[in-house]
Design a binder for this molecule. Structure first.
Ligand code: MN
Length: 424
């Protein structure tokens, strides 16, 4: 029987609760630890993690040509470097093993008990080692909002914005796994009322709602990747919170761009949702006008209909949803981002992370940062516990969630969580 994981008809003998992010059609890859296991690779199904090391060592993945020990590693880099085709074969084999009517694993009680670990018993780790991190600025609504606030609403977009996907090189070393606390950064801030800057904890700490992709293949220095080739290089996607200290950022960024207002921490969701799993959720992106240069031209649907939301949970009190957006709004798609990134011959590496930039939608409730949601402090948000927020306070936890949904199939990302602790 040839089973493809994307088949919406498939059901699993592993219980998948309604509304779960991880049905059999998803099968995202991640790295997990337990009390008994050091970091190894796994796949999410319902409320369980499937241990890929156990499956591989016990013959359940035979015939796929996988190198020995490929899952017994603290990062997915060597696995994803095999390429999208081998990863697709693994995902399809897992879908087969987990399918109703396929007995190999289901009827092998001893194997099943070891291979399926309740999510409540695992600690998710960084899924990949990230050699390089790039942050784009691909949401027209976000760029327009920021341009309107800080420059001129009539000329909110700078002249280059519709001709190229603007981006900058971020810092990879401070990207952390979901659940890692973030200390409020200190830095140089220029208060409006004073002539000279001060050094103090940021007063304008913000989140940025982003989706990021991870590359699984490299190009050699001097060569470029076309928009048509780009998808061979893209393994999958994660949710990304690009924490930002707006006051540090505003004072430092001229003329070279983002630096210490950004590199104190960024948070990644732990499950890498494959590009394959998102195939059914492709949609057309916004019309691009003026027409892009030929090296940025794409054919077909290159955007993804992924619902995104951000919640803020204060130290005392329940979480409040403060933003609902969607990745489909992005003006520049991932094919264009990767083609543009390498058009000068820049070499990309396995495990590199490319974030979309803040994903804002057209309506005020869909803005992907506090800066926009409260319009630079002019309209503080009210939380469910009655408190107001202009920017994040110590003790606030920011939770980003994301999922695509169609025909009863929900491909979720889990959540990307980080709590703000006082400055050190
Ligand atoms: Mn960003």
């Amino acid at each position: 029987m040839q089973i493809t994981a994307n088949n919406p008809e498939l059901t699993s003998w592993v219980e998948v609760p309604p509304g779960s992010d991880f049905p059999i059609q998803n099968l995202p890859f991640g790295i997990f630890k337990t009390r008994y296991l050091s970091a190894v690779a796994g796949v999410a199904i319902g409320n369980y993690v499937l241990d890929l090391v156990y499956l591989h060592e016990n013959g359940f993945l035979d015939g796929l040509g996988l190198p020995a020990g490929i899952f017994n590693q603290k990062y997915l880099n060597n696995f994803i470097a095999l390429g999208r085709k081998p990863a697709r074969a693994v995902r399809n084999r897992i879908a087969e093993l987990l399918s109703v009517g396929v007995d190999d694993l289901q009827r092998n009680v001893a194997a099943r008990e070891i291979a399926l670990i309740p999510m409540s018993e695992v600690q998710m780790q960084m899924p990949v080692f990230i050699p390089n991190y790039t942050d784009f600025y691909s949401s027209e609504e976000h760029a327009t909002n920021v341009g309107s606030m800080f420059r001129d609403p009539k000329n909110a977009l700078l002249p280059n914005w519709k001709h190229l996907p603007v981006g900058y090189h971020g810092r990879a070393s401070s990207i952390v796994a979901s659940g890692t606390n973030i200390h409020r950064p200190k830095g140089q801030i220029k208060l409006q009322e004073s002539e000279f800057p001060v050094y103090c904890p940021s007063l304008k700490l913000d989140f940025e709602l982003e989706l990021a992709f991870i590359t699984c293949k490299e190009n050699s220095l001097g060569t470029h990747i076309t928009t048509n080739e780009a998808e061979d290089y893209i393994f999958g996607f994660v949710l990304f919170n690009d924490w930002s200290a707006r006051d540090i950022q505003q004072w430092e960024y001229v003329p070279l761009g983002p630096f210490l207002g950004k590199n104190f921490g960024s948070t990644l969701s732990p499950w890498v949702v494959t590009l394959d799993a998102l195939e059914p959720f492709r949609v057309k992106g916004p019309e691009q006008f003026p027409h892009v240069l030929p090296y940025l031209a794409v054919e077909g649907n290159k955007n993804f209909d992924v619902n995104l939301e951000v919640l803020i949970q204060p130290d005392k009190g329940e979480a409040t949803t403060v933003c609902r957006s969607n990745a489909k709004y992005l003006y520049w798609n991932v094919n264009q981002q990767l083609a543009h990134h390498t058009t000068n011959g820049c070499n990309i590496q396995v495990g590199d992370l490319y974030a979309s930039g803040t994903i804002s939608g057209p309506s005020p409730g869909s803005f992907g940062s506090l800066l926009e949601l409260n319009w630079n402090g002019q309209r503080p948000l009210q939380l469910a516990n009655g408190e107001h927020r202009k920017f994040l306070e110590d003790g606030d936890t920011v939770i980003i969630k994301g999922y695509a949904e169609k025909a009863g199939v929900r491909i979720g990302f889990g959540s990307c969580v980080g709590k703000i602790l006082p400055a050190l």
